[in-house]
Write a protein that binds this ligand. Structure first.
Ligand SMILES: N[C@@H](CCC(=O)N[C@@H](CS)C(=O)NCC(=O)O)C(=O)O
Length: 218
């Protein structure tokens, strides 16, 4: 039985893959009730995030006088609260290295997705080409690295980790924006791995949606 009842606040947007990882880890670690979610606008001068964190980025976690940015730090903080370990600890360098590869894939897919939200005429051809090459390399790497699932949740539920959720969130964005249409056929082990994760409720419920999409402002 946990003692803490105080709420922490997570500033987020529903379609942010980084915030999605934090939300899933909070739920899967039994901290969902302790986390108040505040859906904010991005790049709006009246965003409540800006006084706390000048660049206005989310996810942002506020717990009393602690204001924490960066999904990985937020999840490590949630781990400390829950006693679970979802973030690779410094010291387990192989796990840290694997996690970094997954986070890098998410970063590139996020950049690519953001570019796709601009008017077609404004998109950078070279950015799109480089992103396509990098993402395909990243997908090939993950296709070789992940283990094919033994079963769907709840029986044989795949383990929740920051590393795995970076890939889940990256694939979610990639599919939402239709970035690599042939990915299922080209990376079948990864597709089966991803299906097992997508059958977990906290993951299915937090998938990016058209309804939550807001225009990009400055
Ligand atoms: N490295 C950060 C990335 C966070 C990030 O890129 N957040 C985006 C939303 S997905 C954001 O707040 N962007 C602000 C903007 O576009 O102005 C993390 O891991 O949390």
């Amino acid at each position: 039985m946990r003692e803490e009842a105080a709420t922490m606040k997570l500033y987020y947007t529903p379609n942010s893959p980084y915030a999605r990882i934090c939300r899933i880890i909070a739920i899967e670690s039994g901290l969902g009730e302790m986390l108040e979610l505040d859906w904010v606008g991005l790049r709006t001068p009246d965003s409540p995030v800006i006084p706390l964190s000048p660049l206005g980025r989310i996810p942002l976690l506020q717990d009393d006088d602690l204001v924490l940015s960066e999904a990985r730090h937020i999840c490590a903080y949630l781990d400390e609260k829950s006693g679970r370990r979802t973030v690779a600890p410094y010291g387990d360098w192989q796990a840290v290295a694997a996690e970094a590869q997954s986070l890098a894939l998410l970063d590139v897919i996020t950049v690519w997705s953001r570019e796709m939200r601009r008017n077609e005429a404004e998109r950078s051809r070279s950015l799109l080409e480089v992103a396509d090459i990098q993402v395909r390399r990243g997908l090939a790497h993950q296709n070789a690295a992940v283990e094919a699932p033994e079963g769907k949740a709840p029986a044989g539920a795949p383990p929740i980790s920051f590393d795995a959720l970076c890939i889940v969130a990256a694939l979610g964005m990639m599919q939402f924006y239709g970035l690599v249409p042939d990915w299922r056929e080209s990376y079948p082990v990864l597709a089966a791995w991803s299906d097992a994760y997508d059958s977990i409720a906290s993951i299915a419920d937090s998938a990016p949606s058209q309804d939550a999409l807001r225009p990009l402002t400055r």
